[in-house]
Design a protein around this ligand. Structure first.
Ligand code: HEM
Length: 514
């Protein structure tokens, strides 16, 4: 009995000590912290987990819109966590991403929402430089030129499937079909083998499910980083047993696929007849080839199976929903706006007298299609809310005030892509013509959808190749009509990526006569 009493008393003391500590820390953060001068919610100033929990769990992905409201109220700087500011100023964004900028990715964010050490997750600038150098040959403009036939072949198969649906008078699920297209492209590039989503029933297979299931966990990871840190610190088998999240199954599959790829690549080929009889399972993967080549960059060390799988999952994630969601928003907005639809189809018909004439290289030179694609990127910004960077060691000055080293500065591509100083009063409208204005040359510099600087998107050229090839062929070959889709069906919330919560876009199509 005495033992129980002592234990209860001990626990009580710990509880009281924790409450006192919490209150003292809250007082410091509210009144004495170097960021205490900045406006924002008091909850944000006191506790990052509970502020994020409140807006992203309780209010389901709404923190970005709350921050938008706070910026309207308070101006370009808002405190969104004890040690984090959100800055909404296009010129400050230029400063943070200019050549030689010493801002680095915030490890407390990237180490919990990505696999650390990968192209996206690496926060150390010199290690990131090496990884980008290793991967550059897989995503360079020259490599994308070589990938054009592969992308076109997948577009042709996707559109052949559309035609079959149209012959049956079935509507087409653009959301799922574009995901299938983007995932088949990126899986072929990174693994040398496509996942076969384009021909899967309803464009759904296990791989699409794996990637999608990951989104729901994004905010949990950032709001409660200790839990994520704990799971990552465990041996992989224990972590998988305690936290059975689907991404771990995808990781196992990727480890096997990489092994199979390397075995097939390195298998001795003795004679011509052997080569002929051997079934080739994999195409070339420049990604794996360079990652396992110790000479692919100075100071690059070859990855083990688990690290390779981590990198592959990051590339699959980075290259799927981003591209597919921009394409979906582009199709929706282009059909919804009759004059955009008309100009686009007229330009394509004039440029490509028959659909056999359509090529990526010709399509990317079309001014109106280019304006529509850029506007879709601006308007949809698939990674809308978070790109947190840390103030360098020597500190930083923001509007004349000193900001200490290691303060986190976040910028939101959704907000910057709508900033009135750059995009004007119609920033919230879909208006491709803005890219054709005589004074539009500076706009590219301010578009933040791919981020900027040394950590800008590595897959930008590939994404453009996919978008131009798909959209030019779709709008040139088919008449498109919205099917039971309104703005409500296209609503999204912010789960670190734009997460569409409605029924999404469905269309009916009819083949055009050449
Ligand atoms: C329209 C499509 C795409 C958009 C809008 C987009 C957007 C972005 C953004 C905003 C970032 C910076 C993220 C951050 O700093 O937190 C990023 C990074 C990255 N993206 Fe993309 N992306 C797209 C397509 C792709 C594709 C197709 C790939 C191919 C694998 C890809 C690979 C990457 C990689 C590897 C990074 C990390 C670069 C680094 O941190 O150094 N992305 N992307």
């Amino acid at each position: 009995m005495e033992g129980i009493r002592q234990t209860a008393l001990g626990l009580l003391k710990v509880g009281v000590a924790y409450i006192v500590f919490w209150m003292l820390r809250a007082t410091y953060r509210l009144f004495f912290h170097p960021l205490a001068r900045y406006p924002g919610s008091r909850l944000a100033a006191v506790s990052k987990p509970w502020y994020e929990w409140y807006w992203n769990f309780h209010h389901n992905g709404m923190m970005l819109f709350e921050i938008e409201r706070l910026h309207k109220l308070h101006g370009p700087v808002v405190r969104i966590a004890p040690n984090e500011l959100n800055v909404n100023d296009p010129e400050i964004f230029q400063e943070m991403t200019k050549v030689g900028s010493q801002f680095i990715k915030d490890p407390s964010f990237y180490h919990v929402v990505t696999f650390p050490g990968t192209s996206i997750g690496e926060t150390d600038p010199s290690r990131s430089r090496i990884r980008r150098q290793v991967l550059a040959p897989a995503f360079s403009p020259a490599r994308v030129q070589e990938l054009i036939p592969m992308v076109k072949e997948k577009v042709d198969r996707l559109l052949a499937g559309f035609l079959e649906s149209s012959n049956r008078s079935d509507p087409i699920d653009i959301f799922m079909s574009m995901k299938a297209f983007a995932l088949d492209v990126i899986s072929e590039i990174v693994l040398g083998k496509e996942f076969g989503c384009i021909e899967a029933p309803g464009y759904k297979n296990q791989f699409v499910e794996y990637l999608h299931s990951n989104f729901d966990l994004g905010w949990m990871a950032t709001a409660f980083p200790n839990l994520t840190g704990f799971s990552l610190s465990l041996p992989e088998w224990l972590s998988a047993a305690l936290f059975p999240i689907p991404i771990m199954d995808l990781k196992k599959k990727c480890v096997h696929l990489v092994d199979d790829y390397l075995r097939e690549r390195d298998a001795p080929r003795v004679g011509v007849s052997d080569v002929a009889s051997k079934k080739i399972e994999f195409n070339k993967s420049v990604v794996i080839d360079t990652l396992v080549d110790p000479t692919s960059a100075k100071d690059h060390s070859v990855l083990n199976g688990s690290q390779l799988a981590d990198e592959i999952i990051m590339l699959l994630s980075a290259g799927t929903d981003t591209t597919s969601d921009v394409i979906m928003v582009c199709i929706y907005q282009s059909i919804k706006n009759a004059s955009v639809h008309k100009k686009l189809t007229e330009e394509l018909a004039a440029a490509f007298p028959t659909h056999a004439d359509i090529t990526y290289d010709k399509a990317r030179k079309l001014p109106y299609l280019t304006a529509v694609i850029k506007e879709s990127l601006r308007y949809s910004n698939p990674i809308p809310s978070k790109a947190p960077r840390m103030v360098p060691q020597e500190g930083w000055t923001l509007y004349g005030h000193k900001i200490p080293a290691k303060t986190v500065i976040n910028t939101s591509s959704y907000l910057l892509n709508r900033h009135p100083s750059i995009w004007g009063q119609d920033a919230y409208d879909f208006h491709p013509e803005r890219w054709l204005d005589s004074n539009a040359a500076h706009l590219d510099k301010y578009m933040t959808s791919f981020y900027r600087g040394s950590r800008q998107c590595l897959g930008k050229d590939l994404a453009f190749c996919e978008m131009y090839t798909l959209l030019a062929n779709l709008f040139r070959q088919f008449e498109l009509e919205m099917y039971n889709t309104t703005d409500d069906d296209m609503k999204w919330i912010d789960l670190l990526v734009t997460y569409f919560v409605g029924s999404k876009l469905h269309v009916k199509i009819k083949k055009r006569v050449d």
